[in-house]
Ligand binder design. Structure first.
Ligand SMILES: [Zn+2]
Length: 91
């Protein structure tokens, strides 16, 4: 086995050993995580274990990406509504 790959493999085992979060726990935290991220708050610093899980779990990172896309879209629509409210004559 290639040494770098081997070290990576060891690190992954140790990284997920003690304080590993399960998908269920991460799922509960993803919404808060996305909310913080959208608000420009340091989500990764507040939820380092969620970030660690997202990096190694394709299932949860899919959910995260979908939630973030939805939240960003909502944000954009809200921004558009605000613009329309500011300029009621523009349409
Ligand atoms: Zn997961």
């Amino acid at each position: 086995m290639h040494l770098v790959l081997f070290r990576d493999w060891i690190r992954r085992i140790y990284a997920t050993r003690d304080d590993e979060l399960g998908c269920e726990e991460v799922f509960d935290a993803i919404a808060s995580y996305v909310d913080m991220e959208i608000a420009g708050e340091p989500a990764a610093e507040c939820f380092p274990r969620v970030l660690a899980h997202l990096k190694q779990c394709p299932h949860c990172s899919d959910i995260y990406l979908a939630l973030r896309a939805a939240a960003l879209l909502e944000d954009q629509e809200l921004a558009r509504e605000l613009v329309e409210l500011e300029h009621p004559d523009s349409h």
